[in-house]
Design a protein around this ligand. Structure first.
Ligand code: HDE
Length: 716
């Protein structure tokens, strides 16, 4: 019985894998209890079964009222336990969500590293990935403009390896000593704790001006990258420069990159703003929904490698985290794949208690002198001590799947019981000795260092604008327009003219036209001259348009199908089936969540279709696309429904694919009120500005509608 309870949280498939492949899940199963176990009964924490957990023990009179007894151990335990449920939230990246998965290699990187996880192509390494926003509190909204965390824990056979990355490849600062400043400046202001999860305020932009090194990064945060459509549709970057050492002892500098199979996609700002209120858990739910539906998100894993001897070959310092390594200079070598395939069983014990450390690397992987990384290596372990306590690595989610044995002992909440009479090394029994390199011990790279103690940065660290220009120049025209819009929004929220006027000046270091457009909007002095000429260079891989999926796909996209009584069942059923067949997620939306009847369907005997949601319950922002089947009566009803009308207009404004057949064609035309769009007036399928219409319905046209809808937003 006990083992049945313990393993009930496991996927059968994962269990069948056993061994290394199911290693982490098997380990977790040994500490997992199932609240749905039919034989489970409420007990106290000390194991005594309880008969009543609803009433505190009291001295009652004949009316059954009276004082409560402090004696009641069960009530006291329940309340005391509750009083201490919260732990400190992460000082940054407090809001997040995570999932389990696996990492596989399709090409060995043995030429540059000896790490098993990057060389053994037969391995399947279990992983846990936590996505996050940076500035908001634990209860803040998912869709705010912010950097997203992309933290991966690889449970390798040689110990845990953490890549604690972001969805943006550079950072605001070069030296870790500045981290408390940049975070204080971005978090709510100290006097009134406003604003929550926003960089649109004086202090953030004051900091940006004071730190020219932040220019490249703030441009990324004002781009579409900072409002991703989904965690599944963004890249992950290790950001810092790490090193790889191969079996010959040769060292290389490396950057780690994850690129999503679904391509890189974003919201438009208005969508993100609205969703923050309409569905603050949008990203969390999106990831959960995809995994539950078996649409496992996948990323290609790549490395950019520079041999040690070539460190000085670039006009930027390769240890400077405010710089990318342009792909033209250092190509990305994609060698593996990361897949997420299992949601957590419990948020707190898994997603909240997972703890990452940049300092956790395995043999074959090491650090560089990147001054941001060096500081991070100090900070992460330290923060886990205050957040989770000294024994945080014993928590099930953090525990390595390989053996752990050493002479570290005791501390609050120690779980492991280590038998034996010695707790130090060396000891007279030679118990638990260090390992030899041939046994897989970590070997420190014997780097030769000579220097003077000083608080300084290298000369190349002092150039801050070249790559900001490179990034801006590489964006497509709509992406540039979005940057202008984002900066205009953010600086409009700064009340202090010193802040927004100076920032407008700073923009002249990047691009005069950009600076002029923003200054005009936000009340800055419109500059006439650039502070430096734009070098005009571009690089690939910076615009997210470079990451459209190889084949356009509608898979996992949420499509609203809006119907009312009298809808055309052929169009409704046809499109719904075609969408499902293409892997999309169709949701029926009606004026009510009670049966809606098709044209010709008798309300008395017909079953109707019960919508998934009603028009007041949802908003167009929660869907990627909308389809409206014809049916004279249905369209007559929808025309009178302001919410339906607004839905179509808003979806069009957010550049979403809209499909319509039959009578719905004129409905969409009237709703959009844009004379430039072409509409179908025959059986032909017409696609114009992402609006796909077919006046006369025949089953073949559904396939075409889907096909054209696939690329519609990207096309625009
Ligand atoms: Fe972090 N960062 N960070 N950071 N960071 C934390 O560690 C820190 C930086 C990143 O899902 C903290 O466990 C310093 C860059 C992610 O649990 C803390 C510096 C990048 C997460 C910390 C940086 C990151 C964190 C807070 C400057 C992208 C969430 C809670 C030197 C590569 C991990 C915690 C999770 C979390 C310190 C800069 C990514 C305080 C000192 C650059 C994804 O230790």
């Amino acid at each position: 019985m006990a083992s049945q309870i313990l393993s009930s949280g496991l996927d059968k498939a994962q269990q069948a894998m056993g061994g290394e492949k199911g290693a982490k899940l098997n380990q977790l199963a040994s500490v997992t209890k199932d609240v749905h176990d039919k034989n489970a009964r409420i007990t106290s924490d000390y194991g005594v079964k309880q008969s009543n957990t609803d009433d505190w023990l009291k001295v009652v009179n004949e009316d059954k009222t009276g004082p409560m007894l402090l004696e009641d151990p069960f009530a006291r335990e329940k309340i005391h336990r509750f009083d201490h449920e919260r732990i400190p939230e992460r000082v940054v990246h407090a809001r997040g969500t995570g999932a389990f998965g696996k990492f596989t290699l399709f090409e060995s990187a043995a030429d540059v590293t000896s790490a098993g996880v990057l060389t053994d192509t037969s391995r399947e390494t279990p992983v846990f990935l936590r996505f996050s926003t940076v500035l908001g509190s634990r209860g803040s909204a998912d869709t705010v403009r912010d950097v997203r965390g992309f933290a991966v824990k690889f449970y390798t056979q040689e110990g845990n390896w953490d890549i604690v990355g972001n969805n943006i490849p550079v950072f605001f600062i070069q030296d870790a000593i500045k981290f408390p400043d940049v975070i204080h400046a971005g978090k709510p202001e100290p006097h009134n704790e406003v604003p929550q999860a926003q960089t649109a305020h004086n202090n953030f932009w004051d900091f940006q001006f004071m730190h020219p090194e932040a220019t490249h990064m703030f441009l990324w945060t004002q781009s579409d990258r900072a409002i991703p459509r989904s965690y599944r549709m963004m890249q992950g970057f290790g950001v810092n420069t790490f090193t790889l050492t191969n079996s010959k002892g040769e060292r290389h500098f490396v950057k780690f990159i994850f690129t999503p199979e679904l391509g890189v996609h974003s919201f438009v700002w208005d969508e993100a703003l609205k969703l923050a209120g309409q569905d603050p858990d949008f990203h969390r739910k999106d990831l959960w929904e995809a995994i539950e539906n078996g649409a496992y998100p996948k990323w290609k894993f790549g490395i950019q490698v520079i041999p040690e001897a070539n460190e000085q070959d670039f006009d930027f310092d390769i240890l400077d985290a405010t710089k990318v390594w342009p792909e033209e200079l250092v190509p990305i070598r994609y060698i593996g794949q990361l897949e997420l395939n299992r949601n957590v069983d419990e948020f707190f014990t898994q997603t909240e208690q997972v703890a990452f450390c940049t300092s956790h690397v395995v043999p074959g992987i090491g650090f560089s002198d990147d001054p941001l990384l060096q500081g991070r290596n100090f900070s992460y372990f330290d923060t886990q001590l205050s957040r989770l306590g000294v024994n945080w690595q014993e928590l099930p989610i953090n525990k390595p799947v390989c053996p752990v044995m050493n002479h570290n002992r005791d501390g609050a909440m120690r779980h492991t019981i280590t038998k034996g009479t010695v707790n130090y090394w060396p000891n007279r029994f030679e118990s638990c000795p260090p390992a030899a390199p041939q046994e897989g011990a970590y070997v420190d790279y014997p780097e030769k260092i000579a220097g003077i103690k000083a608080r300084m940065r290298s000369k190349k660290f002092k150039e801050h604008f070249n790559q900001a220009q490179l990034f801006y120049n590489s964006l497509s025209p709509p992406e540039k327009a979005h940057v202008v819009g984002a900066l205009s929004f953010e600086l409009d929220h700064c009340e202090d003219p010193v802040v927004y006027k100076r920032m407008c000046e700073r923009l002249t270091e990047i691009d005069l036209e950009l600076a002029q457009q923003v200054a005009e909007m936000v009340g800055g002095d419109v500059p006439q001259n650039a502070s430096r000429p734009n070098h005009g260079k571009k690089a690939k891989g910076l615009s997210q348009m470079d990451y459209m999926p190889e084949k356009p796909t509608i898979a996992t996209r949420r499509v609203a199908i809006i119907i009312a009584d009298g809808y055309n069942p052929l169009a409704y059923n046809g499109v719904k089936a075609a969408l499902s067949a293409a892997g999309a997620l169709p949701f029926t939306i009606g004026p009510r969540r009670n049966p809606i009847f098709a044209a010709g369907e008798d309300k008395g005997s017909g079953k109707g279709v019960t919508p998934d949601h009603h028009l007041e319950g949802m908003r167009s922002t929660m869907f990627d696309s909308v389809f409206i089947p014809g049916g004279a009566k249905s369209i007559e009803t929808l025309r009178k429904n302001g919410r339906a009308l607004h839905w179509v207009r808003e979806a069009f404004g957010h550049l979403k694919a809209i499909g319509a057949t039959g009578e719905a064609v004129s409905f969409v035309r009237d709703a959009c009120q844009l004379p430039g769009i072409a509409f179908s007036n025959s059986g032909e399928v017409v696609s114009s500005y992402g609006v796909v219409t077919a006046e006369h319905v025949h089953p073949e046209s559904f396939k075409e509608v889907i096909q054209m809808a696939k690329g519609a937003k990207d096309f625009i």
